[in-house]
Design a protein around this ligand. Sequence first.
Ligand SMILES: O=c1ccn([C@@H]2O[C@H](COP(=O)(O)OP(=O)(O)O[C@H]3O[C@H](CO)[C@@H](O)[C@H](O)[C@H]3O)[C@@H](O)[C@H]2O)c(=O)[nH]1
Ligand SMILES: [Mn+2]
Ligand SMILES: [Zn+2]
Ligand SMILES: [Zn+2]
Length: 891
Amino acid sequence: MEASAGLVAGSHNRNELVVIRRDGEPGARPLKQQNRGACQICGDDLGLGPGGDPFVACNECAFPVCRDCYEYERREGTQNCPQCKTRYKRLKGCARVPGDEEEDGADDLEDEFNWRDRDDSQYAAESMLHAHMTYGRGGDLDGVHQPFQPNPNVPLLTNGQMVDDIPPEQHALVPSFVGGGGKRIHPLPYADSNLPVQPRSMDPSKDIGSYGYGSVAWKERMESWKQKQERLHQARNDGGKDWNGDGDDADLPLMDEARQPLSRKVPIPSSLINPYRMIIVIRLVIVCLFFHYRVMHPVHDAFVLWLISVICEIWFAMSWILDQFPKWFPIERETYLDRLTLRFDKEGQPSQLAPVDFFVSTVDPAKEPPLVTANTILSILAVDYPVDKLSCYVSDDGAAMLTFEGLSETSEFAKKWVPFCKKYSIEPRAPEWYFQQKIDYLKDKVVPNFVRDRRAMKREYEEFKIRINALVAKAQKVPEEGWTMQDGTPWPGNNVRDHPGMIQVFLGQSGGLDVEGNELPRLVYVSREKRPGYNHHKKAGAMNALVRVSAVLTNAPYMLNLDCDHYVNNSKAVKEAMCFMMDPLVGKKVCYVQFPQRFDSIDRHDRYANKNVVFFDINMKGLDGIQGPIYVGTGCVFRRQALYGYDAPKTKKPPSRTCNCWPKWCVCCFCFGNRKNKKKVTKPKTEKKKRLFFKKEENQSPAYALSEIDEAAAGAETQKAGIVNQQKLEKKFGQSAVFVASTLLENGGTLRCDSPASLLKEAIHVIGCGYEDKTDWGKEIGWIYGSVTEDILTGFKMHCHGWRSIYCIPKRPAFKGSAPLNLSDRLNQVLRWALGSIEIFFSNHCPLWYGYGGGLKFLERFSYINSIVYPWTSIPLLAYCTLPCSKDFSR
Ligand SMILES: O=c1ccn([C@@H]2O[C@H](COP(=O)(O)OP(=O)(O)O[C@H]3O[C@H](CO)[C@@H](O)[C@H](O)[C@H]3O)[C@@H](O)[C@H]2O)c(=O)[nH]1
Ligand SMILES: [Mn+2]
Ligand SMILES: [Zn+2]
Ligand SMILES: [Zn+2]
């Protein structure tokens, strides 16, 4: 059989594989010498088969694959021939894989060991790795034959050294060194710049060109853009026309591609949406007719029952209306990443993209497996964005040493993982999910060495998993005296409810480079202080702590918030968001860009309705046509200034019809004619009302506030005004001069006069329990407290301040998460959400009553009301369903 099989030579074009039979079929092209015997997957030599003939993996098409690749494919890959997709059969002398039939002869075993060029011990180690490929919590180490050896170069946390001037009760696990001598954890990475304020985007000293430009697609786009420019130039010269912009319309867009909008609204065709609108109207009419009938025909024999049923029906009708009307103007959006690149991220120039701080929240490593969190963090560190503009803050509300050590391991593994991701532009960049994909070698094998590197990386990842699983296994049993770090000091977080704040910076500028010598994003571990008697406000409290720490350390103007079980599935997600945030026209009023929540491993029928298709693909698009989607707690990019409780900047509208009438939109007044005269008329009363409600004067963003000071108080007065202003701000933001100063930098950046040690001290200060006392945190600023569904409240507050949000649905889902996959978890979640809504209903932030006269649009309010009152529907529903049939009573 083998002897008759053909040989295949791959031409240089990988789509053009020429099959040549050994029997010299006419028309067969002669083999190119250099290709003879080259494996089409890894490029290695094919080697010889058992009979001394070249090795043949596929008996059907004889696609040239070397023995290593073939075995790997059978063991861990698709198990099919990459070309003809026939399932590989077990060949003489090759290792067995599970699923092999037993029909082969007994001589196979013997062959196998003659054949292996790897030795047995290597094979044993390999199978040990495979024993640990399970995803999730560890503890499955029983099967390991070899005792687990921690990597000597990857020491576990061990030794939080204190910063000199921080009192021992405020542990800052700052620069630590490992007992083994390897430098591991590094002090805060700050450049020694003397400039007082230096937005990071302006720092030219960094080699920013090293990342993100390697991709073939990008180069091609750049190339085609250059060509277009050249053609344009040519056309201009040839035509000799005056190019003032109103010349040739067809070529005009090419000229300033970079100045075009970064995104576009794609209206849903009216032919598609109008039928739905029609149905809404028809139903509305029917509902009205129905109520007319119901009210006109009371059942006197059972009046109470009739009344109850009518009340229930009215409730259902109301909630239907609340649900339908915000769907009236759905829109979709399109982004132009290439224009973003042309405008802000040109090759050979320092990138102008804005810095972004990532926030990840974790609580309990027992419920949120450290491997899942590690995957999330790896996907963040590998995001396609200039590294010096990224930082990742991880909040650990459980103060778990396991989380800390997991993070330490993750930062070490990231040094290998991140360069691999960027080199080959793989997706997704969460290794667990990446390696679950089977690759198609004919399609994906773009770069030489890719296959080999991928395989090596897979092995590295499996070793990383073993290390994480070992940590998890070790953490199962808490020692009596609590956890101890390697230097013998007790872990500060041993008492979860009473421990000091902890911060540790990994990676970053001075935190060690990746294996290719490039910088990595900063990774910061934060566990805020916990004391009995202080309400920690769950996730909202954790996020606010991160807002402050990040303001002190990096102060990026944008932040991206993810739950620990939501990884970045599309490495360009941040850039997608920047297409809105950094747009000079659209961006200024955008408080956040929300991405839809998507989930992995949901069964085909979506048994527990995790996907929420109607919500994420219909309601949210509808809201985007009004004032923007609701914030759903994860997968959202925020503008920092919007979280500080400021009003949205006012757009200067062209002077419109103003009159003294009230309300302002009064149509019957006759001020059309003398519009010009009325222009200078004082502001209408509504304006005054708004001011009363929102205290507008105090709510302007710092840029306005500062300019006001400048104008009001020149010279010596400035200082006084400054002090007063500072006091006001400290009352609002809390007693941290560094933090307050950071809020005034609208475009981010930090005041670099402070040393890293003093900055860390400040960072520890702002995550203290008492910091938020008597401030606006959680009331007006940051994530809003008062509900377990803090996300609804937080978004609602921003919309009330007149901001708009954006719904962004990239083709490749931006983030993916894990949803509760069993009934009890899911019911628990739904119950928690319902209770959260009830909490908001009874709070002073209830959308039924709150925020009139502010910036909240009418239909947007409808939607918020709907999301708050829906749990009440259960009561009329229960009543309606248990009402006896009217037939029995009307007699
Ligand atoms: O004290 C706490 C409690 C929770 N979390 C974090 O909050 C996130 C969400 O908690 P989870 O228990 O997973 O709630 P879910 O119902 O799955 O989350 C959805 O609903 C929440 C409330 O509406 C939103 O905050 C989430 O973003 C959204 O994914 C997780 O990352 C947790 O680590 C904390 O940081 N501290
Ligand atoms: Mn969750
Ligand atoms: Zn090969
Ligand atoms: Zn084949």
